[in-house]
Design a protein around this ligand. Structure first.
Ligand code: NAP
Length: 385
């Protein structure tokens, strides 16, 4: 069973937390710059999920707007648009809605009692899936994972976002706060019981995007180390594909928990390693002396493509702490990155619970036998490109 998808909750609210006003007309809270940002996030996902009420009220298209992004997906062997997904307990969906238009795969997760009604209404408009009685979000996520959905974007509305948060099923919340008040108790609102003050989210990013303030929070089990590392693993999915080099993501986090830089393999140049890119983006910076570097793969201690290894880059930058998920299989290198770092006095934390996620991104490089080598054999010294 593949791990459940990485779940990004994404929404725009007014400054007082409303997702819409109470009028029948849809309130667009994002400006052009934020809509473009959302388009980029969509392009990096395998599926977009909205609640049935959002399908009914907003009639969203849920397509990638910028053709260059669709082309980029196609070049990576992905469909031009992510799959559209919705959930319904009643089956009350209109097959003429834009959700059911051609252009992307349509999946409808339906509570068992409403299946017959949904089938009669939607016929060939979508793939209908029995999601249990009561409808189970866990079942839906497991089914999406089996269908190859590794990254899921949940775009509302309030009930669906609340359900994911309450059940601890979200890894990230991208909250765009618009400079307006709605102040209408009849309007849908982000009014969620979880996470409460006893389990706060991890604030990873604050950014001005046009007129909205984007707050990116990380959630999920394990506290900040696990959350930042999960994010690094997700970044590795953005790497330009390669048949001969690993796809790795890296995040550098400052002393106060602020994200200083991110990077992924081949992000700027063909031979780039993720840690190298993140460090290059920062240049010499005194904050690195108190920072933690999160990497989906252990930093390389030997390398063929360039003279300086990632271990050497980390030591030169003065980073005191490294957290990684996956030990490098003996596929391309015999470099003992973790051991070299420890020997140099760096605090190194390995979180093997996330190793399978990091490995899955590189599954095309690592056969079962090679995986075996990563944990048991020391007999295949080769150099990572
Ligand atoms: N600002 C934003 O970013 C944003 C984004 C999206 C939506 N919105 C707004 O949000 C509003 C809609 O939000 P909403 O909370 O009313 O609705 P919603 O979350 O979009 O959809 C709720 C519906 O989804 C189905 N559903 C969700 N969870 C379920 C579960 N566990 N079991 C069974 N069915 C489940 C049910 O459909 P059935 O009724 O068919 O059973 C339920 O009525 C709209 O005003 C829209 O404009 C805003």
């Amino acid at each position: 069973m593949p791990p459940r998808p990485y779940v990004i909750l994404s929404c725009a609210t007014s400054a007082d937390g409303y997702l819409d006003d109470a009028s029948p007309r849809r309130l667009i809270l994002s400006g052009p710059a934020d809509l473009d940002r959302v388009d980029e996030v969509r392009a990096g996902c395998d599926a977009i999920l909205v609640g049935a009420q959002t399908v009914r009220a907003d009639n969203p298209r849920l397509l990638i707007r910028d053709p260059r992004r669709s082309a980029r997906r196609a070049a990576r062997g992905l469909p031009p648009h992510p799959a559209r997904v919705t959930v319904t307990g009643t089956g009350d969906l209109d097959p003429a809605a834009r959700f059911f238009a051609p252009g992307a795969l349509r999946l409808v997760y339906c509570a068992t009692p409403a299946l017959a009604r949904a089938r009669a209404r939607l016929e060939d408009a979508a793939v209908l899936i029995d999601a249990g009685d009561p409808l189970s979000a866990d079942l839906m996520l497991a089914d999406l994972a089996e269908r190859g959905v590794l990254r899921l974007m949940v775009e509302g509305g309030a009930q669906l976002l609340g359900a994911f948060l309450a059940r601890g099923l979200a890894d990230e919340l991208d909250l765009a706060v618009a400079p307006v008040f709605v102040a209408d108790p009849a309007a849908p609102r982000l009014n969620l019981p979880c996470p409460g003050p006893e389990a706060p989210m991890t604030l990873a990013e604050v950014q001005r995007v046009g007129e909205v303030a984007l707050l990116r929070y990380l959630l999920g089990p394990g506290g900040p180390d696990h959350r930042f590392l999960r994010w690094a693993v997700e970044l590795s999915r953005l790497c330009p594909p390669s048949g001969s080099a690993f796809s790795v993501g890296a995040v550098i986090v400052g002393e106060q928990g602020e994200v200083l830089a991110t990077g992924f393999s081949r992000e700027q140049e063909d031979q780039d390693h993720a840690e190298e890119v993140a460090l290059r983006k920062m240049g010499p910076d005194p904050r690195l002396r108190h920072a933690t570097l999160y990497s989906s793969l252990v930093p390389c201690g030997a390398r063929a493509s360039r003279p300086v290894t990632c271990v050497q880059h980390i030591l030169a930058a003065g980073i005191p702490r490294v957290v990684f998920a996956w030990r490098e299989p003996r596929l391309f290198t015999d470099g003992e990155g973790a051991e070299q770092l420890r020997a140099a006095g760096i605090s190194v934390t390995e979180l093997p619970a996330l190793a399978e996620r990091a490995r899955a991104v590189n599954a095309h490089l690592v056969t079962g036998a090679d995986h075996q080598n990563s944990v048991s054999s020391r007999s295949m010294p080769r150099i990572r490109s």
